[in-house]
Design a protein around this ligand. Structure first.
Ligand code: TRP
Ligand code: ZN
Length: 459
């Protein structure tokens, strides 16, 4: 839904051409071009607007029967278009209600409708099978991950195409509705607001709705025997936000962590601005993946939750989920900010300060992994979750803070979250916001920290 964003960009338009002229290094990837890290994923010829996802899942066999309808919009006439899907057996594809021709080709489901589409159109795919667990080049697992009593779907960076035929690129956000049918006694959790739960025979259908735009990598569904906790948190704006927390029955979430959630949310609201979504909560399940994930509105944690990771995943709701990278090379805009949020949390009661975190990292030897490749310069997807993106990314923010001072720095954090709320953005956009707020020229600082191989000197 990129069109949503246009109006919000207007206040900045005056400075953007100037900034781009000064900092050609941060020229965004050509609009309409593919993602620079995963060029084969996503189809820029249309915009995904809404996914209606219907699943029927059997935890004993791990089999899924599914039907997903994507409502999309094509600015030009398309005789065929692509969805991303791996595994699963497709049984039918319809466009606007009529059967369409389709073929599978690697990660693509290529659809050729009877008549070309233009403007709004919808495509419904019926598919079934045992969804795949996807193994990334760094060995980590994502996609459809089985648990002892069900499964959880994790999508960063590409795993959502194991269970939703989708425009699987972060630059194309859409809203979602899920209707998940599971055996009675089993819970199905997803992003957004719980709309209802209906029993029929031996099954229960859970309906969830994510009404704010969401990148495919943040979509989740978790199925299992869960303990649920429902409460509310009052936003700094006075709004009441429902909290839905689910944990595997054998784990549960300690009361101390459940109490920490509203404190963390309000701490971050004071720093970043109002919480961007309509609901919140945690998802704790027995998936041995080795990472937590900022699944939108309801972050996922494997087995248990610690406070600092909670701070990190909640910070992503502003930086990563609401303001999403348009291209995977800009992931530091999510991970650097979420790491910086951890530093702010640790400092809040006289703990280690961000300046101290910066200094101790800066002291790492020139040969340390931290310094190479620079945060936006990696070419291997293995480096997506490396020290340069997380730690040097957070150091970039500390370097910015020292240059422009606390007042402007915290104004930048808020302006960034507000300007690109529910949209996508690039590093060049951040440079523009920081320059506008501070009135300083900052392209060299960002280039030193994000693009230069090796430890930046003079900081
Ligand atoms: N984005 C997650 C976080 O920082 C981390 C993550 C997701 C990850 N997938 C991963 C880390 C794969 C290592 C490998 O909260
Ligand atoms: Zn993160």
């Amino acid at each position: 839904m990129p069109s949503l964003l246009r109006g919000r960009l207007l206040p900045l338009l005056a400075v953007v051409p100037l900034v781009l002229a000064l900092a050609p290094a941060f020229a965004a990837p050509p609009p309409g071009g593919p993602d620079t890290l995963f060029p084969r994923l996503g189809d820029r010829s249309y915009d995904a607007v809404h996914y209606d996802v219907r699943l029927r899942y059997d935890p004993t066999t791990n089999r899924l029967r599914a039907r997903t309808r994507l409502d999309a919009s094509a600015p030009t006439r398309l005789t065929s278009f692509r969805l991303d899907l791996v595994g699963m057996r497709v049984t039918s594809v319809r466009v606007g209600g009529s059967r369409a021709r389709w073929r599978r080709s690697g990660q693509h489901l290529v659809v050729t409708p009877r008549r070309p589409v233009q403007g709004r159109f919808s495509v419904a795919v019926a598919y079934r099978g045992v969804p795949r667990t996807y193994r990334d080049p760094d060995g980590s697992r994502e996609g459809w991950v089985r648990t002892p009593d069900g499964a959880v779907a994790l999508g960063e960076p590409v795993g959502t195409m194991t269970w939703i035929p989708s425009d699987n690129t972060p630059g194309d956000k859409a809203t979602y509705r899920y209707r998940v049918t599971v055996p009675r006694g089993t819970t199905a959790v997803a992003n957004g607001d719980l709309q209802g739960r209906r029993n029929h025979g031996r099954s229960t259908t859970w309906t969830w709705r994510a009404r704010d735009p969401m990148a495919t990598y943040l979509a989740t569904v978790a199925i299992g025997r869960f303990t649920a906790h429902h409460s509310q948190v009052t936003s700094v704006t006075g709004r009441r936000i429902p909290v839905w927390t689910f944990a595997d029955r054998k784990r549960d979430v300690p009361r101390s962590i459940r109490r920490a959630l509203p404190r963390v949310l309000r701490f971050e609201e004071r720093l970043f601005g109002p919480y961007p979504f309509t609901s919140t909560g945690l998802l704790v399940d027995d998936a041995d993946v080795g990472y937590a994930l900022e699944t939108q509105t309801r972050p996922f944690f494997p087995y248990s939750v610690d406070e600092v990771t909670l701070v990190h995943e909640m910070a992503h709701q502003w930086y990563g989920d609401s303001v999403t990278v348009g291209d995977w090379h800009d992931l530091w805009l999510a991970e650097g900010f979420a790491t910086y949020a951890e530093w702010l949390w640790e400092a809040r009661k006289g703990g280690t300060t961000p300046a101290q975190q910066f200094d101790s990292l800066y002291a790492r030897p020139a040969s340390a992994r931290l310094w190479s490749p620079a945060p936006t310069e990696f070419t291997d997807s293995r480096d997506l979750f490396g020290d340069p993106v997380y730690l040097r990314g957070a150091m970039t923010l500390q370097a910015l803070r020292e240059r422009i001072g606390d007042a402007d720095f915290f104004a930048v954090l808020k302006a960034w979250a507000r300007t690109y709320r529910h949209g996508t953005a690039t590093t060049a956009d951040l440079v523009a916001v920081a320059e506008e707020v501070s009135g300083q020229q900052l392209d060299q600082l960002f280039a030193d920290w994000l693009e230069l191989d090796g430890r930046p000197t003079g900081y």
